[in-house]
Design a protein around this ligand. Structure first.
Ligand SMILES: C[S@@+](CC[C@H](N)C(=O)[O-])C[C@H]1O[C@@H](n2cnc3c(N)ncnc32)[C@H](O)[C@@H]1O
Length: 167
């Protein structure tokens, strides 16, 4: 489960939620979605869903934040398993998913939740906020390699004191 899924499930009230990820493309997508969702979704829907176009979009080098967001949504919905994977050169390398009807729709409710959030793009330890009693923080830890296994820990924290130790 991603931090995004938790955020949309909790539906924080206006001005109460914070979204952060160090991935600039993901955060750019959220920001474009909050300003420009109609154009964004229409543009993505106008791109054919087939392997030829998928490969074109995969190689496409966006020049504007809107183009980055279009590319992000298209690849997220048409790549195998929605996996957003890049090689060491920063090139997207997930193969085509071959899904007949990818769902590009985003509900007005989801857009409103993104619009009402404070959005950051930084290391989670550097988010400029003060934590208060009963605040809820969900952190997906980066994955680590332990021997042959990939492991990942998520942190679920409800603030019981006025500080968090261990960050
Ligand atoms: C499993 S993905 C979840 C993606 C997305 N946030 C979601 O909810 O679907 C884990 C995310 O953690 C982000 N990440 C890794 N290390 C981070 C850090 N130190 N600070 C902030 N985000 C980090 C990665 O960029 C990646 O997008």
């Amino acid at each position: 489960m991603g931090g995004g899924a938790v955020y949309f499930h909790l539906e924080p009230k206006i001005g109460k939620g914070i979204i952060n990820d160090s991935n600039a493309e993901l955060i750019n997508f959220y920001i474009e979605l909050s300003y420009n969702f109609k154009d964004l979704i229409e543009t993505v829907k106008s791109i054919p869903n087939n392997k030829e176009y998928f490969n074109k979009i995969r190689k496409f080098k966006p020049e504007t934040s809107f183009e980055y967001a279009v590319r992000y949504l298209y690849l997220n919905k048409t790549a195998y398993s929605g996996l957003m994977r890049y090689n060491s050169k920063g090139e997207f390398n997930t193969p085509y998913g071959n899904y007949k009807n990818p769902n590009f729709e985003i509900t007005q409710e989801q857009i409103d939740l993104v619009k009402s959030a404070e959005i950051h793009n930084c290391d989670f330890r550097k988010i400029p906020i003060t934590y208060k009693l009963n605040d809820f923080i969900f952190v997906i830890h980066p994955m680590w390699k332990l021997g042959k296994d990939i492991i990942s820990y998520s942190l679920l924290i409800k603030i019981k004191k006025n500080y968090i130790s261990g960050f």
